[in-house]
Structure formats: structure tokens, C-alpha cells
Design a protein around this ligand. Structure first.
Ligand code: BES
Ligand code: ZN
Ligand code: ZN
Length: 489
């Protein structure tokens, strides 16, 4: 779907050519492209400012039916995200115009403040992700994705980066897989079906797959997972995916919260908060998609994905506020609130990961708290870690792939708030403040001395509004982040 091409624009018959244009500097090498830009800039309404757009048709200089000029704004302000957004917009525009084969002009080497590999990567990511449509549930498919997106470069660049398109495609396919799982309605992804969907894809990539069903979870005393699942007719699962390359020196465990629908349980959520709670398996989706991506791209790390999958429902069998349960690790927990279910399923998965796989690093991804969305908004994830190096690495990867992360504190004295009069811990804090922190501190009680980071993705996992390279629904947040991080660890 993504191609690097070096062609003569005067001769090549093209359906549509997209040219990014900078407001105050020339960023292209190709003479034909520069003459087209001069023509476009003669139009009063188009100066190359950010989000400016103009299309010209049947120009004599080229054999393209249409040429679309997209403004990037001022030269000094252009970064990788501006390039992603521009090509995402180009893909979305192309879909609306029903194009099937689009060419995009890539700025010349050294013409913008980012190196060529990064420019290409960003443009390809934006285009591939922006070209995704989630219309599985529509009878009539109004639009179709563009079949071929070609990136126009000189012959040397095409040769030098010939491997890049397929690598970017694979990583973005991981993001899209996670997006689709998250956007899928909760009646179609109850624990058993979501598990099957993960298992089928994981087996195709030759990952080692183990599924612990309800019987096995009971036998091995996963008390916290079972307590959350108790109210639902759909039985819980724990999916373990293993990627075991021969020369691996390090084991990294990734744990993802997989609540296929979070009604809150007996502490039922108010109506307004219920509708989007199909998103509560976004951590699980990101972890499964990352493992699949790692297998496709042959990561050098030993990676273990641990994915507890449950549905949190109220019923006569559901756990009650006040219940005391015993976690897999052995600590007892008083359920102060059945809506604080994510941390319960995570601690059993974390304890199991540490006991069975002894990872050097453990990272969990979870749509854990509304409080984190209050603190950081809908686009930034909260990162918690006792390890400064790991926290910095997560944040740097987030900056690079524009899945933004912000470090949050883990103050020792706040642990006080998790005390229970009757059990070893309470699953909620004693005050209504600092909810993202108390949730993370609750998890920290189960990580021992393993180097650990918790990423609360409650905000950025789901988009209520369309943006440059993402539609409404699951964003796939975490896949590109984790993949970039895995390459560094
Ligand atoms: N799944 C929710 C968190 C959430 C909220 C995700 C908004 C995405 C958007 C989680 O299970 C939850 O309900 N948390 C409670 C915890 C509280 C009961 C201590 C919350 O954040 O209100
Ligand atoms: Zn909840
Ligand atoms: Zn939840």
C-alpha cells in the first residue's frame, strides 16, 4: 500500500499529486514541483500557511489529473507531527475524492529541520493511519481506502530507504488492529470472542499462546480476576502471548487491561459514562497488537504479553462493595468500589508475570482512571514509575511517535489512603482526590523490585472527534509507543 517512487512528473500519468508547501521557504528539490508551487502561490487564498489547501486541475507542466497543495505553515515550526498530520489529511481528502492511487511529494533532504528517514516515516505513518476506515458495521460502504500511496523522492532516496514502507506498514497495521478491537461493539467482543480473535492472529505469527480459562483461573487462585468477572455471564480468560527469539538477553513483560465492557458493576456508572466503556480493553488491545507486531518485525527481546480479559457487570452473582477477596499473590483486598475493577485484574496478571517469567522490565497499559483524564486531558497518558530511566524512555518514545506521556508522582505517604480496616488493602483511596495516583500506588504493591512502569491511557485510548490521521473511536494508542520503546530496551 505504501511505495517509494522516483518518477518523471512530466511523463508519468498520475491520478492525484499532493504537494506539501511551506509558507516561508522552498522545501522541494524538483524543478517541476517548484514551478507548480509558484503557480499555486499566485492564488490569493493560498500562501502555504498551516492547513491552507488548494487543488488545481489539468496543469500543463505535469500529467497529473489533479494537484493538491497542502500548507505546512512556517519552516521553523515544522516537526514530525506536522508531517504526519499533513499526510493524514491528504489521505482523508483522497478517500473523499475517491482516488485509488495517490502520489505525495516528499521534501528534499535537509530542506526541513528533520532528517530524511524521520520525514519519510512520519509522512508514511500519517498517510497509512489516515487511510483507515472502520465501516465493518455499515451495510453501505460509502468510502474506500486509497489502494496505493506513493511517496515521490529522488532515485538515491528511493534506493536508500527501500525497506522503510513495509516496516512502517507493519507497525501501523498494529495500531489499526488495536483501533478496530477498541471500536468493536461490546456485544461482539465478550471475553471468549475477544480471546479467540487475539489467539487466531497470534498463532498466525507463531507466537506461543496460552489461554487460562475460568477453570484454570480458579485452580490457580486468581481471586481478583474472578471477583471482577463474577457478575457477568461471560467467563474470564487470561491470554499469555510469548515471543521468544533465540538470542534474546532480556525479558520484557507487557500487561494490558482487558475489560470488554465496564458497567461499574454493583457501583453502576451513570448513563453518560456508560456508553464509551467498550474502550476499557484498550490496554489489552495495544499489548496484543504490540506482540503481534514484534513477531512480524522480529524484535530482539523476549516479550511476554499478559492479558486478563473480563466483563464487569452487575448481577446477583456480582462482587459487592465490602466483599473481601484474596489476590493471586496472597494479599487480601476489600472491594471499596466495584468500579475500581481494572487494578484488580491487573494485579493478578502482574503477580503471575513476575512469578512465572521474572521479567527485567514490566510495563502495564490500562484505561485505569477517570482522574487521569481530569489531570492530563484526552490526549496525554500518565506515566508512573519508581525508575527514572524507564520513565524517561517512555516519555521520549511518546514524543517521537506523538503518543504523548507525562510523568506522574508515586508519593509513598499517599499509600496511607489504601488502608482497609479489615483486609490488607482497599481497592479505592479514602479521599476523592488524586485517583490516578492511588490507583498506580495500588498496583505498585504487587510489583516487588521489578523495574516497572504503569501507563494510564484512559484519555488518549479513544477519540470522540476525528483528527488528522485518526477517526472517531479507538486510537490504537500504545502500539507505536511500545514498539519504539521495545527497540530501545
Ligand atoms: N474504566 C474506568 C476508567 C475510565 C474512565 C476509563 C473514563 C476511560 C474513561 C475505571 O475502571 C473506573 O471506573 N475507575 C474509577 C475508579 C474509582 C471508582 C476509584 C474512576 O476513575 O472513576
Ligand atoms: Zn471501572
Ligand atoms: Zn475500567
Amino acid at each position: 500500500m505504501l511505495y517509494l517512487k522516483s518518477v518523471d512528473l512530466k511523463k508519468e500519468k498520475i491520478e492525484s499529486l499532493v504537494i506539501p508547501v511551506c509558507e516561508d521557504k522552498n522545501i522541494h528539490e524538483d524543478k517541476t514541483i517548484n514551478s507548480l508551487i509558484r503557480k499555486a502561490k499566485k492564488i490569493k487564498a493560498f500562501k502555504g500557511g498551516k492547513d491552507d489547501e488548494v487543488a488545481l486541475y489539468n496543469l500543463s507542466e505535469v500529467k497529473a489529473e489533479s494537484v493538491v497543495f497542502l500548507g505546512l505553515g512556517k519552516h521553523d515550526k515544522i516537526d514530525m507531527e506536522a508531517m504526519r498530520a499533513m499526510s493524514g489529511k491528504a489521505a482523508k481528502g483522497g478517500i473523499k475524492k475517491e482516488f485509488s492511487d495517490v502520489f505525495m511529494a516528499v521534501p528534499g533532504a535537509g530542506k526541513i529541520n528533520v532528517e530524511m528517514a524521520s520525514v519519510l516515516e512520519a509522512m508514511m505513518e500519517g498517510a497509512f493511519l489516515g487511510n483507515h476506515l472502520f465501516d465493518k458495521y455499515k451495510k453501505e460502504k460509502k468510502y474506500h481506502s486509497i489502494k496505493k500511496i506513493n511517496f515521490l523522492v529522488n532515485a538515491d532516496t528511493a534506493k536508500k530507504y527501500s525497506e522503510l514502507p513495509s516496516r512502517v506498514e507493519t507497525v501501523c497495521q498494529g495500531t489499526i488492529l488495536a483501533r478496530e478491537w477498541v471500536s468493536m461493539p461490546p456485544n461482539d467482543k465478550k471475553p471468549e470472542r475477544f480471546t479467540k480473535s487475539i489467539v487466531t492472529l497470534a498463532k498466525k505469527e507463531n507466537l506461543k499462546v496460552t489461554v487460562l480459562d475460568e477453570k484454570e483461573l480458579k485452580r490457580q487462585k486468581f481471586g481478583a480476576i474472578l471477583a471482577v468477572a463474577a457478575g457477568s455471564r461471560s467467563k474470564p480468560r487470561m491470554v499469555v502471548l510469548e515471543y521468544n527469539p533465540a538470542k534474546a538477553k532480556k525479558t520484557v513483560a507487557l500487561v494490558g487491561k482487558g475489560v470488554t465492557f465496564d458497567s461499574g458493576g454493583i457501583n453502576l456508572k451513570p448513563s453518560a459514562s456508560l456508553s464509551e466503556m467498550k474502550l476499557d480493553m484498550s490496554g489489552a488491545a495495544a499489548v496484543a497488537a504490540t506482540l503481534i507486531t514484534a513477531a512480524r518485525l522480529k524484535s530482539e527481546l523476549r516479550l511476554i504479553g499478559l492479558i486478563p480479559i473480563v466483563e464487569n457487570m452487575p448481577s446477583g452473582d456480582a462482587s459487592r462493595p465490602g466483599d473481601i477477596i484474596k489476590s493471586y499473590e496472597g494479599k487480601t483486598i476489600e472491594i471499596g468500589n466495584t468500579d475500581a475493577e481494572g487494578r484488580l485484574i491487573l494485579i493478578d496478571a502482574i503477580s503471575y508475570a513476575i512469578k512465572k517469567y521474572k521479567p527485567q522490565t514490566l510495563i502495564d497499559l490500562a484505561t485505569l482512571t477517570g482522574a487521569c483524564v481530569v489531570a492530563l486531558g484526552e490526549k496525554i497518558a500518565g506515566v508512573f514509575s519508581f525508575d527514572d530511566k524507564l520513565a524517561d524512555e517512555v516519555i521520549l518514545s511518546g514524543q517521537k511517535v506523538h503518543e504523548r506521556c507525562w510523568r506522574m508522582p508515586l508519593p509513598e505517604d499517599y499509600k496511607e489512603q489504601l488502608k482497609s480496616d479489615f483486609a490488607d488493602l482497599n481497592n479505592i483511596g479514602s479521599t476523592r482526590y488524586g485517583g490516578a495516583i492511588t490507583a498506580a500506588l495500588f498496583l505498585s504493591e504487587f510489583v516487588g523490585d521489578t523495574c516497572w512502569s504503569h501507563i494510564d491511557i484512559a484519555g488518549p485510548a479513544y477519540a470522540q472527534k476525528e483528527s488528522a490521521y485518526c477517526g472517531v473511536g479507538g486510537t490504537g494508542f500504545g502500539v507505536r509507543l511500545l514498539w519504539d520503546l521495545m527497540e530501545k530496551l
